[in-house]
Design a protein around this ligand. Sequence first.
Ligand code: ACO
Length: 427
Amino acid sequence: MGNQAKLSADGKDYEFPVLSGSVGPDVVDIRKLYGQSGLFTFDPGFTSTASCESALTYIDGEEGVLLHRGYPIGQLAEHSSFMEVSYLLLNGELPSKDELDTFTYTISRHTMLHEQLLQFYRGFRRDAHPMAVMCGVVGALSAFYHDSTDISDPEHRTISSHRLIAKMPTIAAAAYKYAIGQPFLYPDNSLSYTGNFMRMTFGVPAEPYDLHPAVEKAMDRIFILHADHEQNASTSTVRLAGSSGANPFACIAAGIACLWGPAHGGANEAALNMLHEIGTPDKIPHYIERAKDKNDPFRLMGFGHRVYKNYDPRATVMQKTVREVFDALKVDNPVFETALRLEEIALSDDYFVEKKLFPNVDFYSGIILSAIGFPTTMFTVLFALARTVGWVAQWNEMISDPHQKIGRPRQLYTGPTQRDYVAIDKR
Ligand code: ACO
């Protein structure tokens, strides 16, 4: 018999199995807690709760480690491509050359959108936030691809996964084009996944589109850095939506809605806005003081993380990528100097040191994306594009799990106890 955890409550003792993963903290298996004791656990924000078993991504927040299927994110960002990481997340192993070629080809065959779906965009206001458009259009995919929504059929699941990964760049680019009033560009499947997205976003039908190889590489790397991140809020949303048997297009639309929030995917937009607001390094101390003031809602955006209590390993790669993009495009934006100085000042300040608040992936990503030419409103859209592969891989893992149940948390009820209805003239 393995380790057991003991709980004493109301004079009774209970024992629960302790389960071990391949690495990381053990977990107390409390699935029988309510049945045996009549007690629930209380864990708002799931700070101590493992919601599922997963073999995809491992994070050691104390050490600043992020592994996809065992491979460190730094190595993947340096040597791999987004298509290769997508294959890895979906299938569990790095692909052979043939497997990668086949996968890339398959994805490229699904990049077009149903013509009728393109009409859908015209229902939105031109000034709509592209995340609002993404939520709507991705949710609408289930109305267009009925032939891949039977979640009990593994082939349907594979096709819908490929469709989502393939169509997301087309959907994202169209959201951008619609906002600026330019014609949509059809995909060009002779280009790389990332090159195709960049052309659909920044190209115009009137002339050829040239993409600097360093920018293509930087974008591909940004996609790798955002591909998956364990059971974060949007991934948990996708799993929860999917646990009821909802189709994958609807589940990913739910994930996009969750990702939009400024405490999650919206933070890169907020971080860049903050850096612009700070402006010059001499203003940093004022903003540091505001961030520390409990009575001021201001927080340093792009700082702190629920899991990382060390430098986010993705932020390390991002910081390096800023320099590469700036060199390639020959830009020199003072906002980068402000960011570096802000990081330096914050990391030598007791408040941030004691609370273990380090830059997260969003701190530098906005600077790169803005140098490449993306407006801030597109930042979270790019995050959603890349995270789609993680959402889809996690969703597939959940559906294939024989222990999968509908997600149904309980609560600590603090409302009125039962009382009788009072007629309106007596209230
Ligand atoms: N600036 C100032 N203080 C902060 C910050 C910050 N960015 N982040 C956390 N703190 C403080 C909190 O005030 C709190 O202080 P207290 O213990 O005195 O009350 C303490 O640090 C712990 O913070 P919590 O909010 O309880 O930590 P939690 O794990 O719930 O939040 C979060 C993590 C939401 C990321 C938070 O750090 C934050 O709001 N950061 C800014 C937004 C951001 O960058 N989000 C991106 C996350 S990464 C991603 O989604 C890809």
